[in-house]
Design a protein around this ligand. Structure first.
Ligand code: ISL
Length: 567
């Protein structure tokens, strides 16, 4: 049989550079800062660094709005520093994954400026320009070409007064969507990707890559989506999630960019709304599209009508979801595993219990659960030290475009401002974006200046320096989990079987490979359990890794997690 790919035993660490480490005192993290902290990553043992965007950008969406694909924003440093980072990582046996944001550009990208300049521009067709809806006046209410709602509130269409046409933006109006139907667009992107690979980067995390193919009729018509309750807008996702040419585009990209290179690169497709069936097609090695997808089902389980309508997570739903993804990609394809990224609230606050008595154990329990699944685990900066949500108090505390747009839209639609603020506190992406807490000093060692988002006041107690030499820390636990994946073939490659699917508080499963078997049991609650009553084989099994000292084999304590080897 073929050797399993290297990334089946790898762990990825995500750096959101703006919030990671500042090296020049402007309060914004930068590449110099990443270079300063590189030994933190080596010490943790991670294999791959995924770097969120550092390209030139007006920063309307913190770099996910790119105005030049082949440079570094002075805010973050220089191309020379990026080369240094590549070398420093390679020296330590790590790889660099760049963030590839090619569903859209910034509205300040020269391509868009040129496209916007005239209806006759040779780049007009590089974006989605459309006249107002049949016979209506440009700018009239409801004259948008389709009824689709943007991810960041309001319609996806922005009127350009000069030409009287609208352009499409699935995200912010400063993030116009590229038209992948146009062959020149695809070629330009492939060339840019090859340029980065030739420079030494090891692959790409591809932002919302399942949205690049839109369902467009031969005459250029785009279809309305079903109306959204209580809104004049509709849900256009059927027209842009995994559209008709998505597999063709990704296979073409693979051929044009990756084919023929040695197999040490990595491609990760970030795919909101992807189904397990689609994911299997995307990641089946025989189809040569992407190595793994980053899917969102489990982080949507506490959403109601929208992410701002927060509901408690039901354990059965989590088990059903993870279980289905494990089974669906068992024979072909590969999972990404994560709780946190720069778009999600902090896991220990959201799925764990960040009250003082349970924070450490709930952080390590969640980590154990995730890292023992089959797939490639992702650690988001600060997760490895148990960073929690920020105690936001007022609207002025928020910086994120998604949060600010939502607030304007919800309040103008008549929602109670106190209620909107409460939802922002719980779900805002800014929870993930406060500076990494390195030590107990002022600004937690992140900057000598004024941080762009405030440092969480809990940094005095919760910081990397305090945990580095503490074997009972969250950090030490992450180190052990990562080492286990490297050393144990069952963790990397074993088959997955869910146990106790209907239990409301205990999450358990086995992993097995060629006669070797691990049993993983995690108590996601404050209730102690008699282990023998849940899993009779557990108390006698050998403990491989646990998150509590002084092990009492008979009792599964609140937020206790154990990895056991079955005889
Ligand atoms: O953040 C979200 C919901 O709160 C998601 O819908 C998110 O917008 C989606 O997962 C896509 O995210 C990616 O593309 C966005 C960017 O804002 C995110 O930071 C990025 O991860 C647009 O480029």
């Amino acid at each position: 049989a073929d050797q399993p790919a290297w990334w089946t035993r790898a762990v990825v660490y995500q750096v959101y550079p703006r919030s990671f480490q500042d090296s020049d005192g402007d309060g914004i993290g930068d590449l110099g800062g990443v270079l300063q902290r590189i030994d933190h990553l080596a010490d943790l043992g991670v294999d791959v660094l995924w770097l969120s965007p550092v390209y030139p950008s007006p920063q309307a969406d913190n770099g996910y709005d790119i105005s030049d694909y082949q440079g570094i924003d002075p805010l973050f440093g220089t191309l020379e520093q990026l080369d240094e980072l590549i070398a420093a990582l390679h020296e330590r046996g790590m790889k660099l994954l760049m963030d590839l944001v090619v569903n859209h550009t910034s509205d300040q990208h020269p391509w868009f400026l040129e496209s916007r300049s005239s209806k006759d521009s040779p780049k007009r067709d590089w974006y989605w320009w459309r006249p107002p809806r049949g016979g209506m006046a440009a700018g009239a209410p409801g004259a948008e070409p389709t009824n689709w709602q943007s991810f960041f509130s309001g319609p996806v269409w922005e009127l350009d007064e000069a030409s009287g046409e609208y352009y499409l933006h699935l995200f912010d109006r400063r993030q116009p969507d590229l038209n992948w139907e146009n062959r020149q667009v695809r070629h330009a992107i492939h060339a840019m990707m090859r340029w980065w690979l030739d420079r030494g980067v090891d692959g790409f995390r591809m932002d919302v890559i399942n949205m690049i193919s839109k369902d467009v009729a031969a005459d250029g018509h785009l279809h309305d989506g079903p109306p959204l309750p209580g809104s004049s807008l509709g849900d256009g996702s059927a027209s842009y999630l995994c559209g008709p040419r998505i597999h063709e585009f990704l296979a073409e990209m693979h051929r044009e960019v990756f084919a023929g290179r040695d197999g040490t690169f990595l491609t990760v497709g970030e795919m909101p709304g992807v189904t397990v069936e689609e994911a299997r097609l995307f990641t089946d090695p025989a189809r040569a599209e992407v190595d793994m997808v980053f899917q969102f089902e489990h982080v949507g389980l506490d959403h109601g009508m929208s992410k701002w309508d927060v509901r408690p997570l039901r354990m059965r739903d989590l088990k059903a979801s993870f279980g289905r993804w494990q089974a669906g990609l068992a024979d072909a394809g590969w999972n990404s595993l994560y709780w946190d990224n720069h778009d999600q609230p902090r896991a220990v606050s959201r799925f764990g219990d960040d009250s003082p008595g349970f924070r450490r154990h709930s952080a390590t329990c969640l980590a154990t659960l995730l890292h023992l699944h089959r797939g490639t685990p992702y650690v988001y900066q600060g997760e490895e030290i148990g960073m929690a949500n920020f105690p936001f108090t007022s609207l002025e505390d928020f910086a994120d475009v998604e949060s600010l747009n939502h607030h304007v839209q919800a309040v103008s639609a008549g929602e109670d401002p106190a209620h909107v603020l409460a939802a922002l506190r719980t779900m805002s992406r800014d929870n993930a974006r406060t500076p990494v807490q390195w030590d107990a000093s002022a600004n937690a060692g992140f900057t000598s200046g004024t941080p762009w988002l405030p440092v969480n006041p809990d940094s005095v107690e919760w910081n990397a320096a305090a945990q580095r030499d503490d074997a009972g820390s969250v950090l030490a636990h992450y180190r052990r989990l990562i080492a286990l994946r490297h050393s144990d073939d069952v963790v990397a490659l074993g088959d997955f079987t869910m146990l106790l699917p209907d239990h409301d508080e205990v999450y358990a499963f086995t992993r097995s490979l060629e006669g070797a078997e691990l049993l993983v049991v995690c108590n996601l609650s404050r209730t102690p359990y008699r282990l023998a009553e849940l899993l009779p084989e557990a108390p006698a099994a050998e403990l491989v890794l646990g998150n509590m000292a002084d092990d009492d084999p008979a009792e599964l304590r609140p937020w206790e997690a154990r990895v056991l080897r079955l005889p």
